[in-house]
Design a protein around this ligand. Structure first.
Ligand SMILES: [Zn+2]
Ligand SMILES: [Zn+2]
Length: 254
């Protein structure tokens, strides 16, 4: 059985067809999915999906790409995280690819999330794009390792993966690992120990081969795990079992 460690099934593309989404999960033996919050305005929808479906968990956080939203406080995050189906804080982090200019607000918001995760004892879901050095620096400065968590939709180098693993973080691979252009990332996936690995879809985006370009959904995490198994010369069931164990250990879900 597989787990999709990161999806956005509250987004309209998927929220309008949840029955079909859950049916494909069952067909592909994906037993659980973590629905990740990107703004506090979205969060009640994310929480509701998790409350209504025993095999869906939720997180609370404000994604670094959302600039025009009210500043979030540690206290707010800690209070919203105090719910049995909220298993993580995020997604948070830094994204210097999508937004340019003075991004001090992004770094401040990231620090706020790390402080909240440490305070409530729930792990972090970290998004980093074109900002690896600052991401690792802030993780160290704010002692993110005390909370632990995952570097999601990982696309960085082995050195960045190793630094995050040293802080006790897991590395999560998405459908990008199946893309023809992702040769270097496949090398990183080969090197990351299975003990430190999760798989995810980040759906509705980033549909893996053979569904590339279409709307992604949690059932497609099967194709990510199949590629990881191929790269590591393991059986699919070994990758499924280990990444699921890692998920339950990190998020203390169920
Ligand atoms: Zn992300
Ligand atoms: Zn995401």
């Amino acid at each position: 059985m597989l787990v999709d460690s990161h999806c956005h099934i509250d987004f309209p593309e998927l929220a309008e067809q949840l029955d079909a989404v859950f049916a494909l999960m069952a067909e592909n033996r994906v037993e659980r999915a973590l629905c990740v919050s990107v703004t506090l305005a979205d969060f009640p929808r994310v929480r509701k999906i998790a409350e209504d479906h025993s095999h869906v968990d939720a997180s609370v956080g404000v994604h670094p790409d959302y600039e025009d939203v009210a500043p979030v406080t540690t206290r707010e995050l800690v209070s919203l995280a105090d719910h049995p189906k909220v298993v993580a804080v995020g997604e948070t982090g830094l994204d210097y690819y999508r937004l340019k200019g003075d991004l001090e607000w992004q770094r401040e918001r990231f620090r706020t999330h790390i402080r909240a995760a440490r305070e409530c004892g729930k792990p972090l879901i970290i998004h980093t794009r074109a900002a690896a050095a600052d991401t690792l620096r802030i993780m160290r400065e704010e002692r993110a390792g005390d909370a632990g968590g995952v570097m999601h939709c990982f696309t960085e180098s082995w050195e960045v993966a190793e630094a995050a693993i040293d802080m006790g973080f897991l590395i999560s691979f998405s459908g990008i690992v199946t893309f023809k252009s992702a040769r270097e990332l496949r090398e990183v996936a080969r090197r990351v120990p299975l003990e430190s690995m999760l798989v995810e879809t980040d759906s509705p985006y980033l549909a893996p081969v053979p569904h590339r370009g279409k709307t992604n959904q949690p059932g497609h995490v099967l194709h990510v795990a199949t590629e990881i198994a191929r790269l590591k010369e393991l059986e699919l069931h070994e990758v499924a079992a280990k990444t699921s164990d890692n998920f339950y250990r990190l998020f203390k879900s169920i």
